[in-house]
Ligand binder design. Structure first.
Ligand code: COA
Length: 381
């Protein structure tokens, strides 16, 4: 018997890392509701929880001492090896996601012992990848702008350091907080395509670098991580709320989809959209963001929801995570073609936690297929 197309609804793994309830609009991260942690706990704290949960420990947040130790360890791992910089220079004209995929695969070059598959070695790799991916994105961006990469700043936290390595100057507290909240909000999300890809690769007892590189490849596809750029394009094209209705109706009439709306799992508003709309508003109010763009987005959102309800009744198409992601990332100065790679920098703790969890209780993931081709054909030389 064949499975549903796209494996929709099929349970592919047991996990304690996260859970998405699309009917209730609930996202649980390591046992905590998203609202409980996003904007309150730092990304590094949540990463600590997920890595611990993955290896069978409890979901407790780190003590002050443990957190300081983890932050110091991650900070010491941020610098990227020269070989990676050489690749990033060669990839100067490549899109940011392609450059990130190439760089991720060679982060293994300075691994002290790639044959070591112990838990301690894999935990260290999880930390290395999570510390270096933001550095890779920042270095590639500077190289493509004709600038020299900037070394990490040991005194800054994860998000502030990323913006520092991107712009060469310390960011405002609001911008750093917004990126940290964004990364925490997208840290994990059930059995999405890139996480599944990472678990499949890990299940063959390949290495963590390969599994993360595969996950980045899966995230690159527009059906997974590519919508926030087009959301921004749409808002810039609409320009004013009173032009929204005709723009949206035209788009739908010509068979187009409204970016930032609809979801395979959520049939109510994506809880991540709630967190990120608040973050976008805080940025706008603090003067970092663009108040006009924020007002335009909220106005456009209500028109889209009304028109979708009328034109696509019963499909439950609500605002998804990408709509306000676009505003948050644009407000801190990122460009639309960087949005997917910055998403990857947030998902890295989730991916590596899933890899650790898969390895802790591994069985090769090897589904069956239903053969629909002919049999018995003859070879004619
Ligand atoms: N705008 C307009 N119509 C949409 C829509 C959107 N954003 N999303 C879904 N629909 C419609 C489809 O056209 C379809 O209509 P039909 O029944 O008349 O054919 C119906 O809703 C169901 O769509 P389907 O493609 O089966 O849903 P899915 O679960 O495969 O799609 C997405 C999920 C996310 C791919 C889809 O909602 C989408 O393309 N959204 C826009 C892109 C986006 O924001 N992606 C980021 C997701 S986090």
């Amino acid at each position: 018997m064949s499975s549903p197309k796209g494996l929709e609804g099929i349970v592919a793994a047991e996990t304690r890392i996260s859970h998405v309830d699309g009917q209730a609009g609930e996202l649980i991260i390591g046992g905590y509701a998203l609202e409980e942690i996003a904007g309150h706990a730092s990304y590094d704290e949540v990463a600590f929880v997920l890595w611990n949960v993955a290896i069978g420990k409890g979901p407790a947040f780190p003590s002050g001492e443990e957190l300081t130790g983890l932050e110091r360890e991650l900070s010491n791992l941020r610098a990227i090896p020269d070989a990676v910089l050489t690749v990033l220079r060669a990839a100067r004209n490549a899109p940011p996601m392609d450059a990130l995929r190439m760089a991720a695969s060679i982060l293994s070059l300075d691994d002290p012992d790639i044959e070591d598959e112990s838990l301690a070695a894999n935990l260290r790799r999880a930390k290395v990848m999570s510390a270096r991916i933001p550095s890779v994105i920042a270095a590639h961006d500077r190289i493509r702008r004709g600038l020299e990469p900037v070394s990490p700043h040991p005194g800054l936290g994860r998000a502030a350091n990323f913006l520092y390595m991107l712009n060469g100057r310390e960011p405002s507290a609001e911008s750093a907080r917004a990126i940290d909240t964004y990364w925490t909000t997208v840290i994990d999300h059930g059995m999405n395509a890139s996480t599944f890809a990472a678990r499949v690769i890990a299940s063959t007892q390949s290495d963590m670098y390969s599994a993360v590189t595969g996950a980045i490849g899966a995230l690159k596809g527009p059906l997974h991580g590519g919508a926030p750029g087009p959301v921004l394009d749409m808002l810039l094209e609409i320009r004013a709320v009173d032009r929204a209705e005709s723009w949206i109706r035209n788009e739908l009439a010509s068979g187009g989809r409204i970016m930032g709306f609809g979801h395979r799992v959520y049939k109510v508003r994506d809880p991540r959209a709630d967190v990120l709309s608040r973050t976008a508003k805080q940025l706008a109010d603090s003067g970092c963001g663009d108040t006009r763009l924020y007002d335009l987005a909220t106005g456009v959102e209500s028109v889209v929801l009304r028109v979708l309800e009328e034109v696509k009744p019963g499909r439950h198409l609500k605002t998804n995570v990408e709509f306000y992601t676009a505003l948050v990332l644009q407000s801190v100065g990122l460009k639309p073609d960087q949005f997917s790679s910055v998403f990857a920098a947030g998902r890295i703790a989730g991916w590596t936690a899933h890899i650790l969890e898969q390895l802790a209780n591994n069985r090769l993931i090897r589904p069956a297929s239903e053969y629909t081709g002919p049999r018995g054909l003859k070879y004619i030389p």
